[in-house]
Ligand binder design. Structure first.
Ligand SMILES: [Zn+2]
Length: 211
């Protein structure tokens, strides 16, 4: 069973994490893209967002930031936010406490070199221990998601990815896509149609970094 909408029970277990955003006066969606930046797909996403004046948050893997610095700068210059997805895309449940914290810091150093001062973290796979949360929450806003597009899954096709993601997205939703080659076919089909659909309904698309 594939949950596109994060079940309430999961949120209830982790109330200190951010699962969605408060509803403002205008309907708003918070698009997020995990795992990049990478050549090709990240630029496709940026071009798609520009067509609708949509802004988004990119949760970057530190080693990809290092390899693809020009693309990362392009993301910032086009008004989006870069955020932390650890340096090596680590699974918190399988990583020692010290190593995990150090890896988050390494990614944050790359972000700071690019001028991103805000500390916003999404744990890869959504897997982070209570102890890691307790340490990191002092400095970081830890952001999960409300809507999972499932774009990376080989079990989902582009039309289902689009339809299911549209179906469960509401005002204030944090929606997760990937700038990862595993997700490319689904993202290239679903993202432009998703943004167009909600744009025509009057929604705006904002980054998680409000100031
Ligand atoms: Zn990831």
């Amino acid at each position: 069973m594939f949950f596109h909408k994060t079940p309430a029970i999961v949120r209830w277990f982790y109330p200190q994490l951010t699962w969605n955003m408060p509803k403002g006066s205008q309907d708003t969606i918070y698009l997020t893209f995990d795992d990049g930046p990478i050549p090709g797909l990240t630029n496709f996403i940026l071009d798609t967002l520009d067509q609708f004046e949509a802004k988004a948050t990119f949760f970057c893997v530190g080693e990809n930031l290092k390899k693809n610095k020009k693309i990362a700068e392009n993301v910032i210059n086009r008004g989006h936010t870069l955020a932390n997805h650890t340096f090596n895309h680590l699974n918190g449940w399988k990583t020692s406490h010290e190593k995990y914290l150090e890896n988050v810091k390494l990614c944050q150093n790359e972000l700071e070199n690019l001028g991103q001062q805000k500390k916003i973290l999404r744990p890869p796979y959504g897997k982070i221990s209570r102890k890691q949360i307790a340490s990191l929450i002092k400095d970081y806003q830890i952001v999960m998601w409300d809507v999972l597009s499932g774009d990376y899954s080989p079990k989902i096709n582009p039309t289902d990815c689009l339809e299911q993601t549209v179906r469960v997205t509401k005002n204030g939703a944090i929606v997760l896509f990937h700038d990862n080659l595993k997700a490319e076919a689904n993202v290239k089909y679903a993202l432009p149609a998703f943004v167009r659909h909600f744009h025509e309904l009057g929604y705006q698309f904002k980054t998680l970094c409000m100031d």
